[in-house]
Ligand binder design. Structure first.
Ligand SMILES: N[C@@H](CCC[C@H](N)C(=O)O)C(=O)O
Length: 291
């Protein structure tokens, strides 16, 4: 990009997990972590929990192998510029963007991510459903600590790493931005997303989340899936054994997500996704952000 070019952006959110979307169909844009962090800065930039760069799979080295299945690659970055394998709310917002931009038809589509291809159903309006793949529940015991208090947690991988801790009161998580929680680096060498969960009645839980690379957010789609599967096992339910799907409503600070684990072990997530704005970066600001 030269300093005279106007780079387009869009802004979107899913259950108030918000993203800056940067269209880059031919994969020409080099977006270093520092530039992403500046764009996601809520005071000096546009602001967002993360950034979704929309690149044709064929034009991205990490997605070329998925190009036959999925035309578009979601290059997801956390708010601090770090790369993550997958973002559940992001993939719904990404699908909504592709439809909004006329790049796909409403209906079923496939999106390439670093965690593999995700199948999405997006209608002209309303909620978006994503097949999120299988949850991998790992056996090693994990402890989550925040502000001097510790809880045992379940290690769940949804393409990206999660530690799910059941607590009596979500307030016990304290101020997750002031006092970030932690979990052992020996278990999560690349960092971890931490969910705190309480029961809200049959088939319903509520969570708060501290995301790797973004801090506390108002929602995390992969986190909600990890929570639903960890809750099912805690409740003695396993669709892969019984053949009966299990559904949980997961309340997050920014809304609710419906999560179903199917008998084949795959997890389906349904929730909102909205595009709220579109515009262009001013060339001078973007030029400075890119250096
Ligand atoms: N908010 C996302 C998860 C984004 C990635 C995460 N912070 C990580 O580093 O793994 C979601 O909706 O899943």
């Amino acid at each position: 990009m030269t300093s005279t070019q106007r780079l387009p952006f869009l802004k979107g959110h899913g259950t108030e997990n918000d993203f800056v979307i940067v269209p880059d169909p031919d994969g020409r844009l080099d977006l270093p972590a520092t530039a992403v962090a500046r764009i996601c800065d809520r005071r000096a930039g546009l602001g967002g929990d993360g950034l979704l760069r929309a690149v044709r799979s064929a034009a991205h080295p990490e997605a070329r192998a998925q190009a036959d299945e999925a035309e578009w690659f979601m290059d997801y970055r956390n708010g601090d510029g770090s790369i993550a394998e997958m973002c559940g709310n992001g993939v719904r917002v990404f699908a909504r963007y592709l439809l909004h931009a006329g790049l796909v038809e409403a209906g079923d589509l496939a999106i390439a991510t670093r965690a593999g291809v995700r199948r999405v159903h997006v209608a002209k309006t309303g909620d978006v459903t994503v097949s999120m793949g299988r949850a991998e529940l790992r056996e090693e015991s994990v402890v989550v600590t925040v502000d001097g208090r510790s809880w045992p947690a379940r290690n769940v991988n949804m393409g990206n790493p999660h530690a799910v801790a059941f607590v009596d009161d979500l307030a016990h998580a304290g101020d997750l931005l002031a006092v970030p929680p932690f979990s052992p680096a020996s278990v999560y060498p690349g960092g971890v997303n931490i969910e705190f969960v309480v029961d809200r009645g049959p088939g319903r839980v509520a969570m708060r989340v501290h995301e790797r690379g973004s801090g506390e957010t108002r929602s995390c789609g992969t986190g909600a899936c990890a929570v639903a599967v960890a809750t099912a096992r805690r409740d003695g339910a396993d669709p892969t054994q019984t053949g009966t799907p299990v559904t949980y409503t997961v309340d997050v600070l920014g809304g609710s997500l419906s999560i179903t684990e199917l008998p084949d072990g795959t997890v389906e997530m349904t929730g909102p996704a909205e595009i709220v704005a579109e515009g262009t970066f001013t060339p001078a600001w973007m030029g400075a952000a890119l250096v």
